[in-house]
Design a protein around this ligand. Sequence first.
Ligand SMILES: [Zn+2]
Length: 482
Amino acid sequence: MKIVRIAMSAAVMLLPFQAMAREQADVLIRHATVVDVEHARTIPDQAVVTRGDRIVAVGDDAQIAKAWRARRQVEGKGRFLIPGLWDMHVHFGGGPALIEENKALLPLYVAYGITTIRDASGDLPYDVLKWRGEIASGALFGPTLLSSGPKIEGIKPVWKGTLETGSEADVDAAVAKLVDLKVDFVKITDSTLKPDLFLYAVRRVRAAGLQVSGHIPAAISIGQAVDAGISSIEHLSYAYNAGVKDEAQIAADIAAGRISRGEARTRIDAGFDEATAMQAYRNLRDHNVFVTPTLNIIRTLAYLDSEDHSKDPFLAYIGPGLRATYQWRVERAANATPEQIEARHRGYQRDAAVLPLLEKAGVTIMAGTDAGFLNSFDYPALGLHQELALYVQNGLTPAQALTAATRAGPAWFGKLDRYGSVETGKQADMVLLDRNPLEDIGATQTVNTVILRGAVQDRAALNRLLAEARAKVARWDASAAK
Ligand SMILES: [Zn+2]
């Protein structure tokens, strides 16, 4: 009979497939909706297979489940799988007494879905470099840590943990030392660094094959820093400056000592012009200069007058020494005049308004918070989610915000071949969310499971990390109270 023959041949065809031994993997995530951040779309009912720290297969759940078995299964039904989040601007510091408190921040990042952080230098650079190695070897639990090591500065700078430079030879020696330390990029700050040396340092770092970022001296225009080869601009205020009509003239006037900083400030405040800005931003795009907004710290500090953070639940995760470094800004805010308060509010609005213009010009925006010591209530880990919410509040789509936190960092480091998507061959750094972040960026806070270098941290494990972090802080508080 015809019908029987068809049924039999189908059975015969299926037989070798069913008998085929399924390949062994470490983790199998079933029935997840994968968020393709690059194309701002979701792919339903996917299975993702990892082995070691790599994704080895992604595809339709039924197909993948037939071909693979794993030691650990994760149920992704009704959930959304995104690549691990990156915070591209964090700090560790506050002096040697706070080493343990800083180290205790590392698991918090993981608990909030952040699988990579870029340390933009603090006063504990050699400890951070040590942690970087320990995390990579598995001896220390934390997100992948990319660090600038000690920053390049001038002589006797306000910042500690620096390589002080007063001449081109000093800069050459500093760059050679940083290359020796195998830093992931170089950070330059300008509290006492001479403007010419700043530009020289940027050129030398790029010649050494490293990315370079920093605070641009007032006596230098953004265009000059771009021409020298700066790879990213930190803080939106510098991007704002690039949109000021006679920014280059103001910088030159400062350099020549013709005007005071105060006069420069007044002219910068009044001089923003959208056409100038768009031209400057297209120049950033053309030179592949990325911008890290750090909006969360700018906003938090601008509204310290009216927002009381003393009861923030997240303070339970911040050690007493680090909390003490928050205090100076609280006091400054308490003593501010109405004019100063108004100016801070305006400053935030002004900087935030730059964000959509950068996006429109095609500049790559890297999500970064500036979280760490000194930066009051801009919390490590939680801060990145607040940062992303601010991007959407200020005109980015959720997909653009998510791109800033998953793809821009890898792109800046030239690591998009390994990070930034849930695809075969990529690093097994992923976050399973309860809700769709393309619909509401707040969904990044609904972390169900984190896969870090192939290791599964489910909600119970993440809660344990958080409980341990709180307990540590409680112990430090108790001994500080004695
Ligand atoms: Zn910073």
